[in-house]
Design a protein around this ligand. Structure first.
Ligand code: GDG
Length: 732
């Protein structure tokens, strides 16, 4: 299997000087973590991988070929070239002015510009084309992060069967935040992400928020994170990214690191070191951190001249105005604090605005008595995990914001709310005073966890879950009514002496409509049913949950039979309507008020009162509220119906109560017992399962939608049903 990774950045960045290309290794959690895994993979198995991404530079056509071949031979990478102006609107525009601030809960910094959205889609399309050029049969695609939320869907359209995974590295926001996006964008983003087979998030909260948005915006329910779509089951799952634990442990003994630590020790001269490193970003809570430190110094003069905060800020997104402003604010606040507390022999904050080489980073981790990590919102935060991994002697204290995904796994850290600067100050004091044994106790627990679930385990977990969901889909696909079976069915249909066709209506011949009366058959359906029923030696039975009057009004002119109200009524061709068995309706007056109470509580829902059954419909209601109330109603009905001979069932956005022992299956026996040598039954709902169950083995039973069923075969949707029926009787 070849793993094809798609991310905005490649594992290297290219710089060009006087027509010479220089490749520099990229840093950043995703790239370095994944690269570590892939390098290990290369050594232990014959598995291949490729990487598709932006090389970080626009070059002349002349240099493109050179860049391409070097990227491929040295990094297994395929650079995607995007014109500079499009990339600007994509990366500095929609990605970092719309998605980044909104998903990190900064709605007031979010811009909503149609042209940026269009360029976002454009770049996703450019990447789709690039991926399609690279893909070979048997490949698995893993798409990363918020830059490519449309890509899984775009790719799925062109390549319906390719395994696609998607991982979001930043938080997925709650519905109230996500809904701030224009309707069209938010719908397209969710549909885009759902193009993947497996969708991964760092924390359970993000997964739940995503599932909730999918329900509220697209109306798809889920069960244990599995969302049944028309063509596939998609899974959303929580997979917190780990770090390359061993690499960080081993780096500690590296001579360069040891040298730097020695130097640092001399400079610190016995001072306690509080360390922090972040990309320059308003989500990182750098200003709050400084304010917390200021309060700490103000309240704890005994710590003056004993502690230093080493604040490293890594330049980032320098073209975006907010980042320039923030840099200015940080510079000013650092100056203010140093001016207020510092003295000739003590600078409370050692501030560096630059990128650190790996050995310096490790030396800082190892020398930092305290790591102070205070993001206002952070998908995961790998720095926290890396810090713990480098503390080989077990000492050190991690102060971590509860707004970072990592806080869900690193519970032994001192957890703070970064908005509460007093809390940061108190945490600093507690950390400085924490006994060494306590530090070791806490760190050992975290280290064990991080070592177990390291980056390799994370990738393995993701890839095996992707394979698993693909296998689950295959089990349904194995039942897909393909051309070979269709041909065989046609052959049997033609040869048969007497044919029976049982068809459900809603969801099978027509899509669901907002209200039942709107799903009236069009002339094309009536014409098809007419042709089908007039086909020689063919009996057609419409097996519906609808009341008999509706069926009579809509299809009364046709030469067909009916099963109405899910089996309560039967009408054979040229005969009258009759009840399948005597039924009472006394229970209806008792249960109707129960259902009606739910109509009042769930706006948009309504009760359909049929002769022998009552139905609560909630298709047009707020999906979340309705889904919750539906569960309550099911519970209520269990109590209310304990002593009544009725059955309660939950269907597609409906709850139905009807007499016990009546279903499509038992009523269909009136037809099946006759002498047919070809039988076909098609349905999309749970009520059709009763029918599928009683059919003889050789009958063709078809479930519409790719979900589990007793039926022998599946079709994706009602269009495919119509085309199958036309195929059988040769109409185009
Ligand atoms: C996204 C999400 C999520 C940083 N400065 C230097 C340096 N780094 C390395 C660190 C660490 C990584 O960059 C930063 O970690 P983040 O967790 O912030 O990762 P990002 O890729 O920026 O962000 C984040 C992450 O994805 C993974 O899913 O955790 O929430 O925003 O690995 O070591 N490395 C060196 N010098 C530096 O100055 N050598």
């Amino acid at each position: 299997m070849r793993l094809v990774i798609v991310s905005n950045r490649l594992p290297f960045t290219v710089v060009e000087k006087e027509n010479v290309l220089k490749f520099k290794e990229s840093v950043g959690g995703l790239v370095s973590g994944l690269k570590a895994y892939l390098d290990a993979l290369k050594n232990i198995s014959s598995s291949e991988y490729s990487w598709i991404g932006w090389p970080g530079i626009s070059v002349d056509d002349g240099l493109k070929e050179k860049l391409r071949s070097q990227a491929l031979s040295e990094y297994h990478a395929y650079p995607v070239f995007v014109p500079q102006e499009i990339m600007e609107d994509f990366y500095n525009g929609f990605c970092n002015k719309t998605v980044w601030p909104l998903f990190h809960y900064f709605p007031f910094l979010t811009v909503y510009k149609e042209d940026l959205w269009n360029q976002y889609r454009k770049v996703n399309e450019i990447f789709r084309d690039a991926v399609m050029e690279v893909l070979k049969p048997g490949d698995t695609v893993w798409i990363h992060d918020y830059h490519f939320m449309l890509l899984p869907g775009l790719l799925r359209e062109k390549m319906p069967h390719v395994p696609i995974g998607f991982f979001l590295h930043i938080p997925f926001p709650s519905f109230e935040i996500f809904r701030l996006l224009p309707r069209k964008w938010r719908k397209e983003i969710l549909e885009g992400v759902l193009g993947a087979d497996l969708i991964g998030f760092h924390t359970q909260d993000y997964t739940q928020y995503f599932l909730r948005c999918v329900l509220r915006i697209l109306g798809h329910e889920h069960s244990m994170g599995e969302i049944p779509l028309e063509d596939r089951v998609v899974k959303a799952d929580t997979l917190p990214m780990g770090v390359d634990f061993q690499r960080f442990c081993d780096a500690v003994s590296n001579p360069d690191v040891q040298n730097e630590m020695e130097k640092l020790k001399k400079t610190l001269n016995g001072f306690k070191l509080v360390f922090s490193i972040d990309r320059l970003d308003y989500t990182k809570g750098i200003l709050n951190r400084l304010q917390g430190y200021e309060i700490f110094l103000a309240k704890n003069p005994e710590w003056h001249r004993k502690v230093v905060l080493a604040l490293v800020v890594v330049p980032s997104r320098t073209e975006v105005e907010q980042y320039q402003q923030m840099k200015k604010q940080i510079d000013e606040l650092v100056g203010l604090i140093n001016g207020r507390f510092g003295s000739i022999d003590w600078t409370p904050i050692l501030y560096r605005y630059r990128f650190l080489p790996f050995s310096s980073l490790i030396a800082q981790y190892c020398s930092g008595d305290i790591a102070l990590i205070t993001p206002l919102r952070d998908g995961m935060n790998l720095v926290a995990k890396e810090y713990i991994a480098t503390r080989t002697d077990g000492t050190g204290v991690l102060i971590l914001s509860e707004m970072a995904g990592a806080s869900k796994e690193l519970e032994e850290a001192i957890i703070i709310n970064p908005n509460h600067t007093e809390e940061i100050a108190e945490a600093l004091k507690d950390a400085l005073e924490m006994p060494v044994e306590e530090q070791i106790r806490r760190n050992r627990i975290m280290q064990e966890r991080l070592q177990r679930y390291d980056v390799t385990e994370w990738v393995d977990d993701f890839v095996s879950k992707l394979i698993l969901i693909k296998e689950e889909q295959k089990r349904y696909n194995a039942k897909l009514l393909d051309d070979r079976i269709k041909e065989q069915m046609l052959e049997n249909f033609r040869r048969a002496k007497r044919r029976l066709i049982l068809l459900d209506y809603d969801g099978t011949l027509v899509p669901f409509a907002a209200r039942p009366e709107l799903a009236k058959p069009g002339v094309d359906i009536l014409e098809l049913m007419n042709r089908l029923s007039n086909y020689p030696k063919t009996d057609v039975v419409l097996t519906s949950g609808r009341d008999r009057n509706t069926l009579r009004n809509w299809f009364g002119a046709l030469n067909i039979s009916f099963i109405a109200e899910h089996g309560v009524w039967i009408k054979k061709k040229n005969e009258e309507w009759r009840l399948t068995r005597p039924l009472n309706t006394e229970w209806k007056s008792r249960l109707l008020p129960v259902l009606e109470a739910y109509v009042d509580r769930v706006p948009g829902s309504f009760v359909e009162n049929k002769e022998f059954s009552i139905v609560w419909h909630y298709r047009n209601s707020d999906p979340e509220l309705a889904s919750m109330r539906a569960k309550e109603l099911m519970d209520d009905l269990v109590d209310f119906t304990a002593n009544i001979d009725v059955q309660v069932s939950k269907g597609n956005k409906v709850i139905e109560v009807r007499n016990a022992g009546i279903n499509k299956g038992t009523t269909a026996l009136h037809f099946i017992s006759e002498d047919y040598d070809f039988m076909l039954a098609i349905g999309d709902d749970w009520t059709d399962e009763d029918l599928f169950r009683i059919l003889p083995d050789e009958a063709y039973s078809i479930k519409v939608r790719m979900t589990p069923s007793r039926a022998r075969f599946n079709l994706h949707n009602h269009y495919e049903v119509i085309s199958l029926l036309k195929y059988l009787i040769h109409i185009s």
